[in-house]
Design a protein around this ligand. Structure first.
Ligand code: APR
Ligand code: ZN
Length: 378
């Protein structure tokens, strides 16, 4: 590669400060150092978590930053010590690393990786780890990834190598939302055939959770959202019943309990709302219901009554759908290629990176499931 070892100038969407539109800028991307890989990002999805850090944040020290963590691309060059990747490989950046060597990676009980915490402290990579800069400012790399840039430098433990035949503008969605929802149902809730499920929140994560419930053989899947426009899509993914909390003046857990003769077997909260987490818990059957928290928040505390659990319920959380990063993404890419899981159906909008602020508006207004942004022509 003619660019190997050199600084690359390219386009990126930069978040200079919270609550402001992203600015399309020319940035500089340094060559990869030890264990790092420079990746040409081809496509990226826009996820709710990007907005969470852009809009709802009070953390001023997160700027300037390049957001984006749901992407796919092609290896441009590799730094010293990288043996798993070579230029031309197709990759998906990982929000959950897999070093394969730490205590966590060696345990089948978790998808956490201890070494991730060294490369991505507090969800961002700072200098000297961040290799991105603009107008003399170091840019923080969101989750150590930053897919809203044509090139990024990512640690090799946070990249999955994928089937070279996979379409990057589709499999980018496996970098976060789709694996998160699908895996939450299949790996964390462990939905069983003929069971009843309820999924709260019908964004990409909730839709993927519905797809997971169906994949696992659930016979009844209740989709819950305050935006009724989402119900048609939910049906496409396998939902059988639809509940809009705005249509009811009693607690939704009671509505669901009445619909199911005492509660669903599995419930999944895919919003990140602490009150809804409690509702989801109370919607599953007291004796054996399993409720999984998929939606993300680190701002608030939740509550429940001990007897909610003492009666026999299980309340658990799910990060990246329980998938180990490298293995899970490669496996889900294969499942898509073999038509076992859907991806195209999540994509409601497509546009170039330059129009990212439009994509942000669509997501904020609940008009998109996923917008896929083309970042660099292939
Ligand atoms: N009850 C029911 N549905 C709700 C409620 C509520 N109280 N509040 C919001 N919703 C619905 C919205 O109408 C929307 O359809 O939840 C959905 C959320 O979808 P998106 O905003 O598209 O979010 P998504 O990308 O799916 O992510 C959901 O998972 O990984 C996490 O950080 C992510 O916390 C976020 C969550
Ligand atoms: Zn590890």
């Amino acid at each position: 590669m003619a660019t190997a070892g050199k600084v690359i100038k390219c386009k990126a969407a930069v978040a200079w400060e919270a609550n402001k539109p992203l600015a399309i800028e020319e940035i500089e991307v340094e060559p990869p150092q030890a264990n790092e890989v420079r990746v040409k990002i081809v496509a990226t999805g826009l996820c709710r978590t990007d907005l969470f850090y852009l809009i709802e944040t009070d953390k001023k020290d997160l700027y300037p930053m390049v957001l984006g963590h749901e992407g796919a691309g092609i290896v441009e060059s590799v730094g010293p010590g990288v043996t798993e990747f070579q230029p031309g490989d197709r990759v998906v950046p990982l929000i959950v690393s897999q070093c394969r060597e730490c205590r966590f990676c060696k345990s089948p009980k978790t998808n956490q990786c201890e070494n991730a915490w060294d490369i991505v402290p507090h969800n961002v990579s700072r200098a000297p780890v961040s290799k991105l800069s603009c107008k003399g400012n170091k840019l923080l790399q969101f989750m150590g990834i930053s897919t809203f840039s044509q090139y990024s430098v990512i640690n090799q433990i946070a990249l999955a190598k994928i089937d070279p035949a996979a379409p990057l503008d589709k499999v980018c969605l496996l970098g976060c939302g789709v694996c998160t929802g699908f895996g939450a149902a299949v790996n964390n809730a462990k939905v069983e055939p003929d069971s009843t499920c309820a999924v709260f929140g019908l964004g990409a994560v909730g839709m993927a959770a519905i797809m997971g419930c169906k994949y696992a053989g659930a016979k009844r899947i209740i989709a819950v959202d305050i935006n009724a426009d989402k119900f048609d899509k939910a049906k496409e993914f396998g939902a059988t019943d639809f509940v809009n909390p705005k249509d009811h003046n009693k607690p939704i857990s009671q509505v669901i309990s009445e619909m199911t003769g005492g509660g669903v077997d599995y419930s999944l909260e895919c919003v990140g709302d602490v009150k809804l987490m409690h509702t989801a818990l109370e919607s599953c059957v007291p004796s054996w219901g399993v409720s999984v928290i998929v939606g993300w928040t680190d701002r608030e505390e939740f509550s429940a009554r001990p007897n909610d659990l003492i009666s026999g319920r299980t309340w658990k959380g799910s990060m990246f759908g329980g998938f180990k990063g490298k293995d899970g993404v490669a496996e889900m890419v294969q499942a898509y290629m073999n038509k076992k899981v859907k991806l195209d159906e999540f994509i409601t909008h497509k546009m170039p990176l330059d129009r990212i602020n439009e994509a942000i508006e669509l997501l904020k207004q609940g008009k998109s499931i996923r917008t896929v942004l083309s970042v660099t022509p292939q």
